[in-house]
Design a protein around this ligand. Structure first.
Ligand code: ZN
Ligand code: ZN
Length: 189
């Protein structure tokens, strides 16, 4: 089966394909496209600074491609009497991506990988199939977030442990596994 021949349709806004799997675009614009709010706070002794980032404002200022980890460095306290501990937080902490958002996407699979050292346990199933399985057991449905699935499924068939992590396998847009695509899901960029 040639990967390049399946067309899964447009990427969810704020996500890109990297090495054949979906990953969040970690820029201000990516966070905004996913509907996240971004705030930061310093937890160093003597500093109670917190900062809410207004993503639409920053986008209008031209900071669309600004990476969140750089924002963290930029907003550190410039003091010499303590080390700043300014950290960026997202709400929700894990990017929102539901099984329903991945329904009817040819070639797209929810992939569970077993994290037990030495275990090669792996499950790949369509998002729709996963939603049906969860629904049959009364623990989820198409509104379930992909990254919550590891806590809702049974143990690994190989090692009998429950140490899943979830990925979303997405056919590479170039069909060549290069994973360079960077699309935000916003018109006109
Ligand atoms: Zn600080
Ligand atoms: Zn396992």
């Amino acid at each position: 089966m040639a990967d390049g021949s399946v067309n899964p349709g447009p990427l969810p806004p704020g996500w890109r394909v990297f090495c054949g799997k979906l990953e969040p675009i970690n820029t201000l614009e990516g966070a905004e496209a996913r509907g996240e709010s971004i705030y930061g706070a310093c937890y160093a002794d003597g500093c109670k600074r917190s900062q809410q980032f207004h993503l639409a404002f920053l986008r209008r200022e031209g900071l669309t491609d600004f990476e969140l980890n750089k924002l963290e460095r930029l907003y550190r306290c410039h003091r010499i009497d303590w080390t700043c501990d300014f950290k960026i937080k997202r709400d929700p902490p894990t990017p929102r991506l539901t099984l329903g958002m991945l329904h009817d996407r040819p070639g797209v699979k929810v992939r569970l990988l077993c994290e037990t050292p030495g275990c090669a346990g792996k499950v790949e199933i369509s998002a729709k199939g996963m939603a049906h399985q969860l629904q049959a057991r009364g623990v989820g449905d198409r509104a379930t977030r992909v990254f919550d699935v590891p806590g809702l499924v049974g143990p690994c068939k190989v090692c009998s442990q429950k140490r899943w992590t979830a990925q979303v396998a997405w056919p590479d847009p170039d069909g060549a596994g290069r994973g360079r695509s960077k699309r935000i899901g916003r018109q006109g960029d």
